[in-house]
Each structure stands twice: as structure tokens, then as C-alpha cells.
Design a protein around this ligand. Structure first.
Ligand code: PXG
Length: 308
């Protein structure tokens, strides 16, 4: 009996130390945070998600992330049973209960529990999950020295099939590309569309600098409308940097003066080699460094404040 009690209190203590995960309005310790095996998010990847960062108690671009989440869900005819305001409150509450000043928040909305069979009408209520944790995607040295990336054979999903603007739970297209890069000894994959134009990487948008002009592929070619991508475009405006959306080929990339990737998880990371071709002088470029620093400054100032 005694050891049972001891065991229980030890377990309780361990449970208390765990991160708390929001599921459908309640908080559960990580080990208890579970969804049904009949959830269509698991069975079919039927759902949407967002990755959001907070910096020193400021949630970066919260409104923009929520707009994209609700737009992705709208296209899937997935009715999120919370207003955007209520979702924002739930995100902030998740950060607060976990006492996280700097965090990576994953918001997931699945079609919900149904049965076997694709028909989404079987799922009566979407599942809403919010995880607040930390994420370190790449080592600091890559931010200092730049990345070496490779083009992979898997092309980005056709916008006419699964539009890459939908941030859906179905990330196999990106995962296949990531596997191909990793199998070849690279950390990140450059993805082309079915016409051979550059679109993006597996979890990041791509930019180049050519003759002082900042360029990124238009999203209609098949890229996600990245929130960090837009933040960089806005910073370019504020810093009088000429910028444009431009259809780009690998040749354009190989002959760029600078290149970098942007994403919530990766933030802004320089690229110094693509498919063995050295970009510029092989070091993170001046404009890249300027934008990296402007981006870092903006994460310290812009955002929705919370207290822990
Ligand atoms: N393209 C794709 C395909 C993405 O998944 C971005 C671009 C950048 O978008 P934002 O809005 O974040 O600037 C993303 C988002 C990961 C991870 O673990 C990556 C993303 C999201 C969540 C997790 O690598 N990238």
C-alpha cells in the first residue's frame, strides 16, 4: 500500500512537471494529451495547422497566423468552432500556463473523430489542439556561415491538386522532399513546381538578391504564403530595399548574389550553396545580414503581449 501511494505521488509530481497541452478547451499534461485513433487528422491528414513563435512574451504575427489558419480551414469546409478571438485567447492561455516567454506554438485543428471512411460528414466536431514548446531547427553555426541546399526530384504539390497555400496536416509532399535531401547528406531541399520553376523549400520560403533587388517566387507557382516571407517584404519596404515577386529558375538562383530562407521555425537563414554552385562569394550576403538583423529587431517590438 505504502509503495503504491509513493508511486502515485511520484507519478503526480512527474505529471505536474510536464508541459500542458490544450485539447478542446481543457489542459492535459503531455503524457495524457491524446486524441482518438478515429480522428480524421490521424487517419487522413484531414486538418490544418499553424506554427507560431513568441519572443520575450510577444506573440509574433498572431493575427496573420490566425487568418491563414481560418482561411486554410475555410477551403477545407472545416468549421473551427471558436472565433479567432477565442483562439487567440486559448493560444495565450497555453503560453501562460506553461510559463513560456519564448516559445514555438503549434495550433492543430483536425476534422475530428469519425469512423473509417473518408466522408468528413462522419466527424461531428473538429478537434482543437494547442501545444506550446520550444523549437531549434538548425545549429547556430548555419545562421553564421549559411546553408548548403539541394534540389530534390519530388516536385511541390500542384495548386490544382492540393494547393500549397493550404497549411494542411498532409505534409507528405514536403516530408518526401526532406527525406531526399537528408538521404543525399543535406539539411534542406529546394523544391520546384511541375514546370521546373523554383517555389520554396520543405518548410521555408526562398529569397535571392540580384543586383540589389530582393526577389522571391510568386506564391501562385505553388508556395505557401509564408508569414515570415511577408514580414521580410514589409521590412524591405521600410528599409527602401527594392523587392519583387519574380518567377525564378535554378539558373537564376545559381547566379544570385545572395540567397536566404524564411520560416517561423527557421526564421531567416542564409544559403551559400545550391546544388554545388557557390552563391555570391560563398558567405552570407550584406542584404541578408541586414534583413536578419531587422527581422530580429522586429520580433522584439511587434507582437501581442502576454504575461507568464
Ligand atoms: N513553406 C512551407 C511549406 C512551410 O511549411 C513556410 C514556407 C514558412 O511559412 P511561415 O508562415 O512559417 O513563415 C512553412 C512553414 C518545421 C516547420 O518543423 C516548418 C514550418 C511550419 C511548421 C514546422 O520545420 N514552416
Amino acid at each position: 500500500m505504502k509503495s503504491d501511494t509513493l508511486h502515485k505521488s511520484k507519478k503526480e509530481a512527474e505529471t505536474l512537471k510536464q508541459p500542458l497541452v490544450f485539447i478542446d478547451g481543457k489542459f492535459y499534461p503531455k503524457s495524457e494529451a491524446k486524441v482518438s485513433v478515429f480522428d480524421h487528422g490521424l487517419l487522413y491528414g484531414d486538418g490544418v495547422f499553424e506554427g507560431i513563435r513568441s519572443y520575450n512574451c510577444l506573440v509574433f504575427k498572431l493575427k496573420e497566423h490566425l487568418v491563414r489558419l481560418y482561411e486554410s480551414a475555410h477551403t477545407l469546409l472545416l468549421n473551427i468552432p471558436l472565433t479567432k478571438e477565442a483562439s487567440a485567447k486559448a493560444i495565450i492561455e497555453t503560453l501562460r500556463v506553461n510559463h513560456l516567454r519564448d516559445s514555438y506554438v503549434r495550433v492543430i485543428v483536425t476534422r475530428g473523430t469519425g469512423d473509417l471512411g473518408l466522408d468528413p460528414r462522419k466527424c461531428k466536431k473538429p478537434t482543437i489542439i494547442i501545444i506550446a514548446d520550444k523549437i531549434v531547427l538548425y545549429p547556430e553555426s548555419l545562421y553564421k556561415n549559411g546553408m548548403d541546399i539541394i534540389t530534390v526530384p519530388t516536385v511541390r504539390n500542384l495548386p490544382e491538386a492540393v494547393n500549397p497555400s493550404i497549411k494542411s496536416l498532409n505534409y507528405l509532399n514536403n516530408i518526401l522532399a526532406k527525406i531526399e535531401a537528408v538521404n543525399s547528406g543535406y539539411q534542406e531541399a529546394l523544391m520546384l513546381n511541375a514546370d521546373g520553376y523554383v517555389v520554396e523549400c520543405t518548410g521555408d520560403n526562398i529569397f535571392i538578391v540580384k543586383n540589389g533587388i530582393l526577389q522571391t517566387p510568386p506564391t501562385y507557382l505553388g508556395a505557401l504564403k509564408g508569414i515570415t516571407r511577408q514580414a521580410i517584404m514589409d521590412l524591405a519596404v521600410r528599409n527602401d530595399i527594392p523587392r519583387q515577386e519574380q518567377v525564378l529558375t535554378r539558373h537564376d538562383l545559381f547566379n544570385a548574389d545572395e540567397a536566404f530562407l524564411t520560416g517561423t521555425a527557421a526564421e531567416v537563414i542564409p544559403v551559400v550553396k545550391i546544388d554545388g554552385r557557390v552563391i555570391g562569394d560563398g558567405k552570407p550576403g550584406k542584404m541578408t545580414q541586414k534583413l536578419m538583423s531587422a527581422f530580429r529587431d522586429s520580433t522584439k517590438k511587434d507582437g501581442v503581449k502576454y504575461t507568464v
